[in-house]
Design a protein around this ligand. Structure first.
Ligand SMILES: [Fe+2]
Length: 269
């Protein structure tokens, strides 16, 4: 599973704060309130994963911030692609970035506690790949609902386009969204397509993150197999040279063996 270093966690956090500073007008109430919210939630937000199961997306420490940055970037491209395809863009760039920044905010938890807590059931971790589980000590709310609650708590106003984009980010994967998205009366259909842009961007980013995990996992497995093979080769070569291992073995060979062992299992000294 992917592991981010302390430096990477901090870099991603700095990038996130920079997106806010670059997007919202200096000195505006919205920017000030957003910065206050990010300051208050920083400790939890910087560590939060983007999902709870390995085969979902970015289920690692710092995965939330990484995923949000990915969705912001993908949403910008998706919006450009929509226009290039002849679509009518009736949302602002600020609305686009705001919705992407906060579509998963509810995954950070409520005002006091996190949403994802480590799964301590060994069987569920190993068999179901549940690295995290949902914290049942906080009120049960849908992720978009909690996002909108947190924003209003910090006095961050949302436009109607942003509200619907955050609410409908999961598209028709969430049955509750059929009320808005599966409408057979043109008068009731969405008057603005920002929710689709955000859903497509989120879906694409999530799919790419799945690929990254899958391929990364295979690379990790190959690397591990190659290291084990190297250790076997050194062992075979040692046996061929000396027969049954002697009390005083070849120091060069012995050091190589130790180096490979350390590379595989970490320096134990
Ligand atoms: Fe997401």
């Amino acid at each position: 599973m992917k592991q981010l270093s302390e430096t990477q966690l901090q870099d991603n956090w700095n990038k996130l704060i920079q997106v806010i500073k670059d997007t919202f007008e200096d000195g505006s109430e919205r920017r000030e309130n957003l910065l206050k919210m990010y300051h208050d939630l920083e400790d939890r937000m910087i560590m939060a994963p983007a999902s709870g199961k390995e085969e979902y997306h970015y289920c690692h420490v710092g995965g939330y911030v990484e995923h949000v940055l990915h969705v912001v970037d993908t949403a910008r491209k998706m919006s450009d692609t929509y226009e290039a395809a002849g679509g009518h863009k009736n949302w602002t760039d600020e609305e686009l970035v705001f919705s992407a920044l906060h579509h998963d905010l509810g995954k950070v938890g409520d005002l006091n506690d996190e949403y994802y807590v480590p799964q301590d059931n060994d069987w569920r971790r190993k068999t179901l790949g549940e690295v995290y589980t949902q914290n049942t000590d906080i009120p049960n709310m849908r992720v978009p609902d909690r996002a909108l609650f947190l924003l209003q708590h910090f006095g961050v106003k949302c436009s109607v386009n942003e509200t619907l984009a955050i609410k409908l980010a999961d598209g028709l994967y969430d049955e509750a969204n059929t009320y808005y998205m599966k409408v057979f009366d043109a008068k009731r259909s969405l008057k603005n397509h920002l929710p689709y842009i955000l859903h497509w961007a989120d879906h694409m980013a999530t799919t790419v993150e799945f690929d990254e995990w899958k391929l990364g996992d295979e690379d990790e497995k190959e690397e591990m197999e190659s290291k084990i093979e190297n250790i076997k080769n050194v062992t075979v070569s040692k046996d061929k040279q000396n027969g049954v291992p002697q009390e005083h073995e070849d120091p060069v060979l012995e050091n190589k063996h130790q180096d490979l062992f350390d590379e595989l299992f970490g320096d134990k000294s």
